[in-house]
Design a protein around this ligand. Structure first.
Ligand code: P5A
Length: 441
């Protein structure tokens, strides 16, 4: 992508409304724009990051055996009247009427709708286990939307829903998602701690929030320090093996961790003082097992091996991609801007042409830009006429992992400078050496 033809509205000044660093940097880097309170557009640079986050989530959901579909944002009130949540959900639900005066709502979550899909098609235990997910916008009329897309009113959620014949099978489904979440957050460059959590309006009594530690987090959390050293389950782990999933779950729940709502002061104080972690955190995922809470009122039953009808046991599993993007920035930035983990960086490399119009600079920039694209890299080519200082500041602000700096003197000698955004390390290399180094990453 040539920067001169891209749309990346960088702000020079710090936006006044931004209270936390991720919000400030997302606005300054031209990633998002507020359209009305708690409702955002994702501008091209932000959209690239969001897509990469979604793809990692999708890969790990698929790996664990979940199946993707897409449900609508608008739902009929009838479904929610069946489950009994239409009245219970309160003011957070945006209620709408269509032209026939039929009550509709903008979905804050999809337990009812997925249960309706399930009951319409699945009639036998032979089609279980089943886990269906989608990545779709939600709306919750939060009292206090704040911190940009960290807590917004319209936000993206990956929500998965599992269906099983028995409680035991449903608990295995829960542990599969638990494992998939550990892998997902790790691939996003985050260390998330699963914590026993309150279930709120979703219901049930088994629930974990996945929390990443950050000073600006909205949740107060208490845990054992050991989590920092736990191994992340490997890519080839067997999701279908009950004992394997149980072992991952047991390990990751073996030491104390809880949010303030579930905090047990006595259990926490039993941890040796030096191993206690009392901090703030950001909830990036939340999983629930709620048994027959929805299948019972909505009549979602399958025929079991005994020939009898059984209510299905369900769980639901949420991740907030539009919250994860700022959460990643909270965890990874410096005074000059964002430092993206390679897995979600909007571009892999930015080629900075210091003097567009100079033959050697144009030629070498083009070789690097074209060559790296050929080997599958996402490359941003800064071919604009901005001053050198501005170009460097922009490259640092948007946090692309590598910068290839093409200046007139080095270009004439067939060399470029390669800068690592994270370490700040710079080295002068021949064009070929720089390209080989970047292509190999
Ligand atoms: C689980 C999936 C649920 O809604 N039903 C379907 C269950 N869980 S939850 O905890 O309420 O939300 C899941 C995740 O969505 C993100 N999230 C938000 N992100 C941005 N702004 C918000 N206002 C917001 N509310 C929830 C969080 O990542 C949460 O863990």
């Amino acid at each position: 992508m040539r920067l001169s033809r891209y749309f990346m509205p960088i702000l020079k000044e710090n936006p006044k409304e931004a209270e936390i660093v991720s919000h400030r940097l997302m606005l300054r880097a031209g990633m998002i724009r507020q359209q009305s309170q708690g409702i955002y557009s994702w501008l091209p640079l932000g959209k690239r990051v969001l897509d990469k986050v979604n793809n990692i989530i999708r890969e790990e959901q698929n790996r664990s055996g979940a199946v993707e579909l897409l449900m609508p944002t608008l739902q009929s009130a009838e479904l929610w009247q069946e489950s009994g949540r239409y009245d219970a959900y309160g003011k957070e639900m945006l209620r709408i009427k269509d032209r026939q005066e039929r009550p509709m709502l903008y979905g804050p979550t999809n337990e009812e709708m997925i249960t309706d899909i399930f009951r319409s098609y699945v009639k036998s235990y032979k089609n279980l286990p089943l886990n269906l997910y989608h990545i779709q916008l939600k709306f919750r009329d939060e009292i206090r939307p704040r911190f940009g897309t960290m807590r917004s009113r319209e936000f993206l959620m990956k929500d998965a829903y599992s269906f099983d014949l028995t409680k035991e099978a449903a608990e295995h489904a829960y542990r599969k998602m638990f494992t998939a979440y550990l892998r997902t957050f790790s691939r996003l460059g985050l260390r998330a701690i699963p914590m026993r959590a309150d279930t709120g309006p979703i219901g049930g009594n088994l629930s974990h929030e996945f929390i990443i530690l950050a000073e600006t987090g909205e949740s107060e959390v208490f845990s054992h320090k050991d989590f920092v050293n736990f191994d992340i389950p490997a890519e080839d782990i067997s999701f279908d093996d009950v004992a394997t999933m149980q072992a991952v779950f047991d390990k990751w729940t073996s030491v104390y961790a809880a949010t303030s709502e579930m905090h047990d002061e006595e259990a926490f104080n039993a941890i040796p003082e030096g191993d206690r972690l009392s901090a703030r955190g950001i909830e990036v995922g939340h999983i629930f097992y709620f048994g027959t809470k929805y299948s019972e009122p909505m009549g979602a039953k399958v025929q079991g091996p005994d020939g009898k009808e059984h209510l299905v046991h369900m769980g639901s599993y949420g991740i907030g991609p539009t919250r994860l993007v700022p959460a990643i920035i909270e965890a990874s930035h410096d005074e000059n801007g964002i430092i993206w983990p390679a897995s979600v960086a909007p571009f892999d490399v930015v080629v900075i042409n210091m003097k567009p119009g100079d033959d050697a600079c144009d030629r070498i920039s083009q070789i690097v830009y074209g060559g790296l694209q050929t080997v599958g890299k996402d490359v941003l080519y800064d071919d604009t006429d901005e001053r050198a200082g501005t170009k460097f500041a922009t490259a640092d602000l948007i946090g692309v992992p590598f910068q290839v700096i093409v200046g007139p003197r080095s270009a004439a000698a067939g060399e470029v400078e390669l800068k690592n955004r994270k370490t700040g390390e710079r080295e002068t290399l021949t064009v070929e050496a720089a390209m080989n180094k970047l292509a190999g990453r």
